[in-house]
Design a protein around this ligand. Structure first.
Ligand SMILES: NC(=O)C1=CN([C@@H]2O[C@H](COP(=O)(O)OP(=O)(O)OC[C@H]3O[C@@H](n4cnc5c(N)ncnc54)[C@H](O)[C@@H]3O)[C@@H](O)[C@H]2O)C=CC1
Ligand SMILES: CC(C)CC(=O)C(=O)O
Ligand SMILES: [Mg+2]
Length: 365
């Protein structure tokens, strides 16, 4: 039997709740498709601060380094917001993990599944046309990592600053990922920038155009970020691959999630050049619903599916998970945030949603 070695970092808030369901689904898929896992569970983020005084303990990093892939939940929450910025869960664990493993390529696939249009926050006639986008977000550069950054001055004169920065190399590298992905899809790349204002974006646009020359079969268009957020609402069905820097990709992927129906539906894969990856929901630790057993586990489960596909060579099992998720949703298995206001339907708990997906994986063979 094939054995995969994975590091599981559930993190904070809803992280552990949805991770438990992803692990159940992985075990069921392994049983069906003849593989098993050696999983190391490690603390990260606020949970690691509470236990070890640091958001990314050496032991957690060592487990990740030894693993074939990392399955990540989410980190952060009000409990740790008083800490100095670099010691908080997000800047002290998530961003360093992305940088440490050079996970420059973040893939966020967002789709309105046929039949699930009513879940979308789009107007019905627009949702009816569907949406199937892949946000390709650069993940290790931009204003999230650029130096210098800081705070200086005092009183009313105190100011904060960050540096938006991209090298030609970084832009070309992520642009190639987007064009390659478009070749496997509908052959269209929409590059998002703010080249009417930002110097970084001017370089971004120049380099994306240069890379496009190697992909004559792919159509390239450019759009400013402000217009992109509104066009996505107006004509979501026309978008294919959306290529973005780190900041704009962060923003537009949350919008794409809500077009499918919920933050809790959007998975992501963060990959480096050798195909090593960390897999995590696009959303965060959702402190507003944590601890209630009501979070939607689908984004975590679909992230596990992306892990099987991109890092572990288990494409058939990934297909089975994706189909089971679609089938469960189509059968009306819905967690609370997916129900329309005033709906009389009983929402499924996190665990019941996981069970519904496991059941459909087992029935599929
Ligand atoms: N990758 C990560 O670890 C991320 C961490 N964060 C952190 O998470 C914390 C909360 O951030 P927010 O801005 O509130 O964003 P969030 O994504 O955690 O939550 C935004 C909204 O979406 C809902 N939501 C998110 N996931 C859901 C799920 N699986 N099922 C149902 N509803 C879901 C939440 O209940 C909330 O109403 C912050 O500390 C933030 O820094 C935020 C984004 C990503
Ligand atoms: C800490 C943030 C950069 C995480 C986030 O919002 C994301 O990756 O989508
Ligand atoms: Mg985000």
């Amino acid at each position: 039997m094939r054995e995969h070695n994975i590091a599981i970092l559930a993190g904070d808030g809803i992280g552990p709740e949805v991770m438990a369901e992803a692990e159940k689904v992985l075990a069921a898929a392994g049983q069906q498709f003849g593989f098993s896992f050696r999983a190391e569970h490690q603390l990260v983020g606020g949970a690691a601060i509470d236990a070890h005084g640091t958001p990314l303990p050496a032991q957690t990093l060592a487990s990740c380094e030894a693993a074939d892939a990392i399955l990540f939940g989410s980190v952060g929450g009000p409990k740790w917001e008083h800490l100095p910025p670099n010691e908080q869960p997000e800047r002290g664990s998530l961003l360093p993990l992305r940088k440490h493993f050079n996970l420059f390529c973040n893939l966020r696939p967002a789709k309105i599944h046929p039949g699930l249009e009513p879940l979308s926050y789009l107007r019905a006639d627009i949702a009816a046309k569907g949406m199937d986008v892949l946000v390709v977000r650069e993940l290790t550069g931009d204003i999230y990592f650029g130096q210098p950054r800081g705070r200086e001055g005092e009183g009313e004169q105190e100011y904060g600053y960050d540096t938006m920065r991209y090298s030609r190399f970084e832009i070309r590298r992520i642009a190639r990922m987007a064009f390659d992905a478009a070749r496997q899809r509908r052959g269209r790349v929409l590059s998002v920038d703010k080249a009417n204002v930002l110097t970084t974006s001017m370089l971004w646009r120049e380099e994306v155009i240069a890379i496009a020359a190697d992909y004559p079969d792919v159509t390239l268009e450019h759009i400013y970020i402000d217009n992109a957020t509104m066009q996505l609402l107006r004509r979501a069905s026309e978008f294919d691959v959306i290529l973005c820097g780190n900041l704009f990709g962060d923003i537009i992927s949350d919008e794409a999630a809500m077009i499918t129906g919920s933050m809790g539906l959007l998975p992501s894969a963060s990959l480096n050049e050798s195909g090593f990856g960390m897999y995590e929901p696009a959303g965060g630790s959702a402190p507003d619903i944590a601890g209630q057993g009501i979070a939607n586990p689908v984004a975590q489960i679909l992230s596990a599916s992306l892990m099987l596909r991109h890092s572990l060579g288990e494409g058939a099992a990934a297909d089975a998970i994706d189909s089971a998720v679609s089938a469960a949703l189509a059968d009306g298995c819905l967690t609370g945030e997916l129900l329309a206001p005033g709906s009389q339907q009983r929402p499924l708990s996190t665990r019941e949603m996981g069970d519904a997906i496991v059941q459909r994986i087992k029935e599929a063979r």
